[in-house]
Ligand binder design. Structure first.
Ligand SMILES: O=c1ccn([C@@H]2O[C@H](COP(=O)(O)O)[C@@H](O)[C@H]2O)c(=O)[nH]1
Length: 271
C-alpha cells in the first residue's frame, strides 16, 4: 500500500490504529485449543471483530516462529485472510549484510506479501537498502524503542553531541523517502517526539507501547501528529487479550473501538 492510500484509509476510518497480533498459544482462550489451527482461529476472530476500527495489523513474527513450521503456516494464513485495504506490518526486526537482507526482503515482501517490515539500522546502509529497493513496500527502521534498554545504545551521546537515535534518523532519511521509510518510536518515549519531528517532519512513525507498556495515546498524538496524520499507533496485548473467555473477540472490538474513538478526536483537533 502506498502513502496516498494509507492516508486515505486513515481519513476514511478516522483511525491510525495498528492492532498487534502477538498471538501467544499460552494466552489464547482455552476453548480455541481444540481447533485445527488455534492461532489462526484466534486471529481470524480478532480480525473479523476489529477490522473496522484499524488501518493496520502488525504481526510480530516471534510468536509464530516460536511454533516452528506450524507457526509459519498460521502466519501465512493470517496474512492471506487480512482484508486488502489493511496495511500489513511484519514486525521481524531484520537486517544483515546486503545479500542476506535481500533474502529477508523477498521473504516478507514477495513471498508473504506484507506492506512493511521492521528493520534494525545498526548494520548500516547496505543492510537496509535491499528492503528499500522493493517498489511500493515500506521499511520501518528502529529509532527510539519503547523498552528500558533504549538507554544502552539508542540514547548514548556521540562525539558530535547527537544521540545515537538522532544520528540514525538524520543519516537514514537519505537512504529512502517518506514514501518507503518509516520509523519506530516507542509510546513510552513521547517526550522525545517533538524533537524527532524536527528531524523527520513528514515520515510516518510506528508507535508501539500504548496500553500494556503504559504509553499515552493523547500525548503521542499531540507531539507526533502531522497534517497527514503521520502516525500508526500499535497496541497488542490490551486489545487481543481484553478477555480470556469466549467473549474475547467482542471485548477486543470494544477496546479497539474505544481507541479509535479517541483517535477520531485527535484527528479532528489537528485538521
Ligand atoms: O520499540 C518497540 C518495538 C517493537 N515493539 C513491539 O510492539 C508490540 C507491543 O505490544 P504491546 O502488547 O502493545 O505492549 C510488541 O510486538 C513488541 O515486540 C515494542 O513494544 N517496542
Amino acid at each position: 500500500m502506498n502513502r496516498t492510500k494509507l492516508i486515505s484509509q486513515i481519513k476514511a476510518k478516522e483511525s491510525y490504529l495498528c492492532i498487534g497480533l502477538d498471538s501467544d498459544i499460552t494466552k489464547i482462550p482455552a476453548h480455541l485449543l481444540n481447533a485445527q489451527d488455534p492461532i489462526f482461529e484466534f486471529n481470524k476472530q480478532i480480525i473479523d471483530a476489529t477490522e473496522k476500527y484499524a488501518v493496520s495489523y502488525k504481526i510480530n513474527t516471534a510468536f509464530y516462529e516460536a511454533l516452528g513450521t506450524k507457526g509459519w503456516e498460521s502466519l501465512q494464513k493470517t496474512i492471506d485472510y487480512l482484508p486488502k485495504d489493511i496495511f500489513i506490518i511484519a514486525d521481524a526486526k531484520r537486517g544483515d549484510i546486503g545479500n542476506t537482507s535481500s533474502q529477508y526482503a523477498k521473504a516478507f515482501f514477495e513471498n508473504l506479501n506484507c506492506d512493511a517490515v521492521t528493520v534494525a539500522p545498526y548494520m548500516g546502509e547496505d543492510s537496509v537498502k535491499p528492503f528499500l529497493e522493493i517498489k511500493d513496500k515500506w521499511t520501518i527502521l528502529l529509532a527510539l524503542t519503547s523498552n528500558s534498554g533504549a538507554q544502552d545504545f539508542e540514547m548514548l551521546e556521540l562525539k558530535n553531541g547527537k544521540k545515537v537515535y538522532e544520528e540514525v534518523l538524520e543519516k537514514s532519511q537519505n537512504w529512502g523517502t517518506d514514501e518507503n521509510l518509516m520509523y519506530v518510536v516507542g509510546a513510552t518515549k513521547a517526550e522525545y517526539i517533538e524533537n524527532i519531528r524536527k528531524i523527520i517532519p513528514n515520515h510516518f512513525l510506528l508507535v508501539p507501547g500504548v496500553g500494556a507498556q503504559g504509553g499515552n495515546l493523547a500525548e503521542v498524538s499531540k507531539a507526533g501528529m502531522t497534517k497527514e496524520c503521520g502516525l500508526l499507533i500499535n497496541s497488542s496485548r490490551q486489545i487481543i487479550y481484553a478477555s480470556k473467555d469466549k467473549d474475547f473477540a467482542e471485548m477486543a472490538a470494544k477496546k479497539a473501538q474505544e481507541i479509535q474513538q479517541e483517535m477520531a478526536i485527535q484527528l479532528s483537533v489537528t485538521k
